[in-house]
Ligand binder design. Structure first.
Ligand code: AKG
Length: 171
């Protein structure tokens, strides 16, 4: 691989959420369009839960509303999109916090379901149990973008050193 092709341009998008799922997805679409115009990235990433965090907004992958938007955009602009997370309606009515990855042909190249659900219960403080509403994924996910291998982790996943080590050892 030449030195030039070894360089990959990334756009890492942070988005302001609202209570409306369609508005959140449309905002992501607009920001992707703007990033493409301004920065010409090869790979664009979206934030965790950029769609919405709850079951009532869940959808199937790859044929749900958000998947179709991301697939179209990836194809239109010839980019890879690491699509933050979507509340995925999976098998047996289970909901997963899922990251989708779209190739420049608009195909779904990978799907990573968050493995380490975030549960916290601080006495007299915050209580949040993701595992009460979400199911955990059970697979590691590595994608190849123009010869660059990238391991996917979602939010709390990155706290687990073993996961990063496994990805690093895989190249
Ligand atoms: O790792 C953390 O500190 C927070 C993780 C988190 O908020 C999540 O996974 O939902």
């Amino acid at each position: 691989m030449s030195k030039t092709s070894n360089i990959m341009r990334l756009a890492l998008l942070q988005l302001k959420g609202s209570k409306g799922k369609v508005a959140n997805v449309q905002n992501a679409v607009n920001k992707i369009e703007a990033a493409v115009k301004e920065h010409k990235p090869r790979l664009i990433t979206l934030p965790v839960c950029f769609v919405a965090p709850f079951r009532k907004y869940s959808e199937t992958i790859p044929d749900g509303f958000t998947s179709l938007q991301l697939s179209n955009l990836a194809k239109k602009h010839q980019v890879y999109i690491v699509g933050g997370t979507i509340p995925e309606l999976g098998e047996n009515d289970a909901i997963y916090n899922t990251c989708t990855v779209w190739s420049p042909t608009g195909d779904l190249v990978a799907k990573h379901r968050k493995m380490h659900l975030f549960d916290i219960d601080v006495k007299g403080g915050i209580r949040f149990k993701e595992s009460e509403t979400m199911s955990a994924g059970n697979d590691f996910t590595i994608i190849d973008v123009d010869g660059h291998k990238i391991g996917i982790g979602i939010c709390y996943d990155i706290r687990f050193e073993e996961m990063a080590r496994l990805y690093r050892n895989a190249g």
